[in-house]
Design a protein around this ligand. Sequence first.
Ligand code: 48H
Length: 261
Amino acid sequence: MTSLESRIAKAIWRATADDWLKLTDSDVVIVGAGPSGLTAAKYLAQSGLHTLVLEKRLSFGGGIGGGGMLLHKIVVDDRALPILKEFGIKHTYAPEYGLYTLDSSELMAKLAAGAIDAGAKVIHGVTVEDLVIRENPFRVEGVVVQWSAVHISSLHVDPLFISSKAVVDATGHDAEVLKVLERKNPSLGIKIPGERSAYSEAGERAVVEMSGKVLNGLYVAGMAVASLNQLYRMGPIFSGMLASGRKVAEEIIKDLRGVHA
Ligand code: 48H
């Protein structure tokens, strides 16, 4: 047998290549492993769709970890209860406030575990820098990816591609995928005005209502919905993010499989 060092390297190269050969043709690519992206990933994967989450950082949870002003708790309201139950996330009712509190660490860990256990693949350290498109009629058919480390280094390195039937922009406040479309495909008329000031009640409701398909092959979830539609921000209440992820998943399942989730 060859040296342990050689076997470590070969095992990793082989397993990575095996994964990437499958992931290169995914049913759904979700950009961003924040609350909306991970929630969408669980429901999509459990419906049998080949689901890939690409996260530019080396961690899960996006904005969850910062809690409310770095305090380790966030809140949800009644609307999130069915989703918390499905992910097995503990929560405590605060009757004086009509809200449930939960640990940000548990929310991050269990959303990720729920997505992965349902069959979604999450790859860290990969930045989606562009989309694969087709014209006449316009449709999105995948993403253009690069190692985040290459982005940070500013080296000029050509990217690679992942084909997919649906792409979800779950990149949060920055709406990074939609902004690429706005910049590179002006004829589509997509504008990203950014979110409005805080009005939690209205923001939570609207972000779910407006989550879904943007154009053929492209969907939006989470705070990217607020940036696209100039909706109110809501602060560290996460019912809307979770429900947005579930709603996008249901819409994609319906579009790709012709069935309700
Ligand atoms: C790969 C990328 C790329 C890219 C970004 O910000 P998130 O937590 O997103 P949401 O929308 O699921 O949740 C928003 C919530 O955390 C929040 O900020 C709220 C509720 N704010 C309310 C308020 O009033 O402020 O996660 C997005 C993830 C992050 O992990 C990014 O690193 C990742 O997407 N990401 N990954 N390629 N181009 N861009």
